[in-house]
Design a protein around this ligand. Structure first.
Ligand SMILES: *Cc1c(COP(=O)(O)O)cnc(C)c1O
Length: 410
């Protein structure tokens, strides 16, 4: 018989007396402290440990940036401001959050297709780096810079001319709305040389949520090779090269945690060669979910339990309006279960097969489908792991007008 794949062990949050602990507090006490369910709880110790792991495994010379869109909660961003080397933004809204921290403007960059003139003005006034997504965006930035009397800092976001072997969410190669096709970059650099712009470097983002070390190492090799080629056409050595991130975390049965060591060793080797040609260029990796994803739980409460034609349904007060990704409607092709626990019955050995749903009147509002879980009672707390990234901010909170979820950092 073929063994069914299981979730990678979720051991980041300890259990004491059968209760999951976040930030040293039992989950039932935490729910009282919050005053309501559902809520998201993020653990600052886990975020700090993750940064340390990255620092230990990746080359010392590689700068570490946080992609704020993964989790824009201000307290999380404030915490990370003390731990990472820069922030990458995807909107002017995120820019406000980033500028409220102690992070220097020159270590902040803004990417995203469709930046409005207003957003460009804000970014130029803030003196952060704009990752240009098109030639026309470059021309608008110049005009705005001249009007403001500030020379815009710009980098070119490049749509690579290679495709990746496997896995993850591809965001580069082929026709894409993101970045400038690699083959168009030399002409863009030529035009840029005549403009009042401060050229900072290149941004090569090739994908996200990749769990295949070979694919990641191949991406790094191709990224550095492409950056070397593009730099030949640049007016001076780029100040930086953002090589993207892409590191994934295990969400679904059968997925394993990435071992960063071989990835780090490979990068060390590639960077040694790279710096012979471009000694003044700083390499940056930008990560979102790998930094915060495993440090967060989504907690909701069991409201009702019912049987329907042989299936046991656990109805909770939380659902896709707070956690679209766990419901399987955020880019999943085939719905799979996130890791789930009954947070106040961690030691319970009596299991049952249940489906956990939310309160919304739509069959899409599914948090766990036919999972083996400890025997549940009304009032129990359901915890969904791997919820620190693309949780609340990636969900349609207004859909069906249920109460909002709280967020806290412990
Ligand atoms: C979304 C995004 C990231 C972060 O991706 P993760 O999978 O969360 O690490 C990094 N860079 C850019 C440009 C992005 O759009």
């Amino acid at each position: 018989m073929k063994e069914r794949p299981i979730h990678a062990p979720m051991e980041q949050f300890p259990t004491i007396n059968g209760e999951l602990q976040v930030g040293g507090m039992p989950i039932t006490q935490l729910a009282e402290r919050v005053g309501q369910t559902p809520f998201y709880a993020y653990d600052r110790r886990l975020i700090s440990e993750r940064i340390q792991y990255l620092r230990d495994a990746l080359p010392t010379a590689l700068k570490l940036h946080y992609a704020i869109k993964a989790n824009p909660m201000p307290a999380v961003v404030q915490h990370l401001a003390t731990l990472v080397d820069g922030f990458d933004l995807a909107s002017a809204g995120e820019m406000q959050t980033a500028l409220d921290t102690t992070m220097a403007a020159e270590k902040i960059s803004l990417a995203g297709p469709g930046k409005t003139d207003r957003e460009l003005r804000q970014a130029i006034a803030a003196t952060i780096t704009i990752n240009l997504e098109s030639v026309t965006e470059m021309r608008r930035a110049v005009q705005i810079g001249m009007a403001l009397g500030i020379t815009p800092r710009v980098a070119i976001r490049v749509n690579p001319d290679y495709d990746l072997k496997s896995s993850g969410m591809k965001m580069g190669g082929g026709p894409k709305p993101f970045g400038v096709d690699a083959e168009q970059v030399p002409a863009m650099l030529q035009e840029m040389a005549t403009m009042a712009l401060e050229f900072r470097g290149f941004h090569l983002f090739w994908g996200s949520q990749n769990l295949n070390p070979e694919a990641i190492m191949e991406a790094h090799e191709k990224t550095l090779a492409l950056a070397l080629r593009l730099s030949n056409a640049a007016p001076q050595q780029p100040h930086h090269l953002n090589i993207g991130g892409g590191l994934g975390i295990p969400y679904f049965p059968g997925e394993k945690r990435l071992d960063l060591r071989p990835i780090g060793e490979n990068l060390e080797r590639l960077m040694a060669t790279f710096s012979k040609s471009l000694p003044e260029t700083t390499l940056i990796t930008e990560l979102g979910r790998f930094i915060v994803g495993e440090a967060g739980l989504y907690i909701c409460r069991v409201i009702d339990i019912k049987e329907s034609r042989g299936e046991r349904f656990i109805v909770t007060d939380g659902g896709l309006h707070h956690h679209l990704a766990a419901s399987g409607n955020f880019g999943q092709v085939i719905r799979k279960n996130y890791p789930v626990a009954i947070a106040n019955r961690m030691d319970c050995t009596e299991h049952e097969n249940v489906t956990i749903v939310g309160p919304l009147c739509t069959p899409l509002d599914l948090l766990a489908s036919k999972m083996e879980l400890p025997k549940v009672e009304v009032g129990d707390l359901v915890a969904i792991y791997q919820s620190g990234a693309y949780g609340l901010s990636a969900s349609p909170e207004k859909f069906l007008s249920h109460p909002a979820a709280s967020e806290l950092l412990l």
